[in-house]
Write a protein that binds this ligand. Structure first.
Ligand code: ATP
Ligand code: MG
Length: 171
């Protein structure tokens, strides 16, 4: 049995690792869908799909997860009623979806797919928004992500990218 976990993973953090491990106790294989795959180089979505894919694959390896997962980048279609078919057209077949996102839950349950909401793990800090905020403000963020993510962010100069994106052309 296969389950789908969808997120933007900007960046992949320890909360995501916790969910992946939890899901893998319930299914044989996990499909990790990288949502809004076309977006990068914005304050909300700084990393490319390829960078996020490296973060996820290397973090899973670091946690001893070497197989039984698929990582699939999924671009937006900007049409909610077509979105589930779009996701299905790109992924291996799945019977369960794991998400905390209200819209994702609604769209899958309307077509009869079982949706489960995994419990949140230290959400106050294990959050993409909080990690991007810390990167911008120069606060420590490295403890909130797997070491593999620290390495990818360094390799692509992610913090510098984010700070550059925050600059405006005014004065
Ligand atoms: P952002 O603040 O940018 O939205 P995020 O931390 O919510 O980042 P997403 O990529 O949006 O990260 O997360 C995808 C899914 O991962 C969420 O819908 C949620 O179900 C799950 N998730 C995120 N953070 C945690 C956490 N700390 N504990 C458990 N699950 C989490
Ligand atoms: Mg989110």
């Amino acid at each position: 049995m296969r389950g789908l976990l969808i997120g933007r993973f900007q960046p992949f953090h320890k909360g995501h690792v916790y969910v992946v491990k939890k899901v893998l106790r319930e299914v044989d294989e996990i499909i990790i869908g990288i949502g809004s795959a076309q977006l990068s180089h914005t304050l909300e979505n700084p990393f490319t799909a390829g960078e996020r894919l490296m973060m996820i694959a290397n973090s899973l390896a670091e946690n001893g997860i070497e197989k039984n997962y698929y990582i699939i980048p999924i671009q937006d279609v900007n049409n909610n009623s077509l979105w589930v078919s779009h996701v299905r057209s790109l992924t291996p077949p799945f019977t369960k979806v794991y998400s905390g996102n209200t819209l994702v839950k609604r769209l899958f349950s309307e077509v009869g797919v079982e949706v489960k909401t995994p419990p949140m793990f230290n959400r106050r800090v294990y959050s993409g928004t909080e990690i991007r905020r810390r990167m911008l403000e120069g606060e420590p963020w490295e403890d909130l992500v797997p070491e593999a993510v620290v390495r990818v962010v360094k390799e692509v100069q992610g913090v510098e990218r984010l700070r550059d994106l925050a600059k405006t052309d005014k004065a």
